[in-house]
Design a protein around this ligand. Structure first.
Ligand code: DOR
Length: 438
């Protein structure tokens, strides 16, 4: 069956224009100022709304297998559908970790039939799994924890890092916080129950030392590298000079939260890399707007509220964000701080480009019908009790936003609709494995 979305404003990073968009089965077939429907076509009236490519979130932790009490594919991908996210790339710090070809295949199998949206999974690096990293194909790339975070994945030994950059071909991304610096800081600060000390333990130096180290390896081995979740102003000049092999991303929490928020939100804003100052928020926003940082991802990392309420340092790091990231950015558009075209660039086009994702990230003929219809006028409040993530909380609880996804299609199938205050989700979990065109 064909579907025609009529009278919507179609957005790309290059501009916006009123078009009708027709998709048949999974693919976009026609984009024209006016498309005449036949009797059998399903017609959606999008007058006054914006049609965006589905968001691709290239950094999420969906906790399956092993930590399903925090999150699972069903909850997480409902959250995605609600937030306009039609594809996700998930991290390997599950239990077991995704560090062999076999484990990767197992994860892909687990996801099949349980996701409303499209899925892909990174392979995690360990100090001695280069042979596995060389073997895998069904992955966007290799994730290295150069500093430890949730779980026990860590590669900070120089020889092991050299081997990964020298002997593998897949794109590499990394969590850049220097482990030795973290340990030194920890020792200097000593025992503490003050969650704000998290930003002193994982400070600027930790971020910058690890980022420099990764960039040097990427340059020396001419290896494509993506810097995950930049948190400091100090890393921006490095990114600006890094050249074409290197890309960088920022997360909403590093744009919108600072150390001033520990007082109000406590461990809810404890994450790795840690939050920094308001000046860092501003510098990161500027770097995003001037094109130094090209990608927005969430690092959606849910933990239960009970876990988060443990005293520091036992409270785990990470927060859920996948269902609010697009709305947070659309709110920025409404505040006049960026354009909707830029949002499409950061959240749809750039991640598809960085990860070589075939046929996604744009509204073009022949591309997959992964689409999100957005109402820029709709005001709404983020509320814990309305969150779809299994952890059922958001650090943005109580915040009023303007602009949100009202309808989401994945491979031509409607997976989410918001109408008259009610949310509807598809019952079948038909999200597909993402193909990488390397
Ligand atoms: O805060 C974080 N939490 N940062 C990470 O890199 C990992 C994540 C998690 O898995 O909990």
């Amino acid at each position: 069956m064909a579907t025609i979305i009529k009278n919507g404003i179609v957005v790309s990073s290059g501009g916006q224009q009123k078009y009708d968009v027709k998709f048949v089965d999974q693919k976009i077939e026609q984009i024209d100022p006016v498309i005449q429907p036949t009797e059998s076509d399903q017609v959606i009236d999008a007058t006054g709304k914006y049609l965006l490519p589905g968001v691709i979130d290239d950094q999420v932790h969906f906790r399956t297998p092993g930590f399903e009490h925090k999150e699972d594919f069903e909850h997480a991908t409902r959250a995605c559908a609600k937030g306009g996210v039609t594809s996700f790339l998930e991290m390997p710090n599950t239990n077991p970790t995704t560090t062999t070809a076999e484990r990767l295949d197992e994860k892909l199998e687990l996801a099949q039939g349980r996701c409303l949206v499209n899925y892909g999974f990174y392979i995690g690096a360990t100090p001695d799994n280069v042979a596995e990293l060389q073997k895998v194909q069904r992955t966007p790339g290799i994730k290295i924890f150069i500093g430890s975070s949730t779980g026990n994945l860590l590669v900070d030994d120089q020889t092991a890092l050299e081997r990964i950059f020298a002997e593998t071909d897949l794109p590499i991304c990394a969590h850049c916080e220097d482990e030795s610096t973290i340990r030194e800081n920890q020792k200097a600060i000593g025992d503490s129950n003050n969650v704000a000390d998290h930003s002193r333990v994982r400070d600027y130096r930790a971020a910058i030392v690890a980022t420099k180290r990764a960039f040097e390896l990427s340059h020396r081995y001419k290896h494509q590298f993506h810097l995950l979740h930049v948190s400091t102003a100090d890393e921006i000049p490095l990114i600006a000079e890094a050249g074409d092999l290197i890309s960088a991303e920022v997360c909403p929490h590093h744009l919108f939260f600072s150390i001033d928020d520990y007082e109000r939100l406590g461990a809810l804003v404890k994450m790795n890399p840690s939050i920094k100052t308001k000046a860092d928020n501003e510098a990161l926003w500027k770097a995003l707007c001037d094109g130094t940082i090209t990608v927005i991802a969430t690092d959606h990392a849910p933990h239960t509220l009970e876990e988060k309420q443990q005293p520091y340092p036992d409270c785990p790091s990470g927060l859920p964000a996948v269902e609010n990231s697009l709305a947070l950015m659309l709110n920025q558009v409404n505040r006049g701080l960026c354009s909707i075209e830029q949002v499409v660039g950061w959240m749809c086009e750039a991640p598809a480009q960085v990860w070589h994702i075939a046929n996604k990230g744009k509204i073009e003929i022949g591309y997959d019908a992964d689409l999100v219809l957005v109402d820029m006028k709709l005001e709404h409040q983020v509320l814990n009790e309305q969150q779809q993530t299994k952890s059922r909380w958001s650090p943005w609880h109580g915040q009023q936003l303007q602009g949100r996804a009202v309808q989401t299609w994945v491979m031509g199938r409607e997976v989410f609709r918001y109408e008259n205050g009610f949310e509807q989700y598809a019952e079948q979990h038909l999200g597909e494995e993402i193909q990488f065109a390397r």
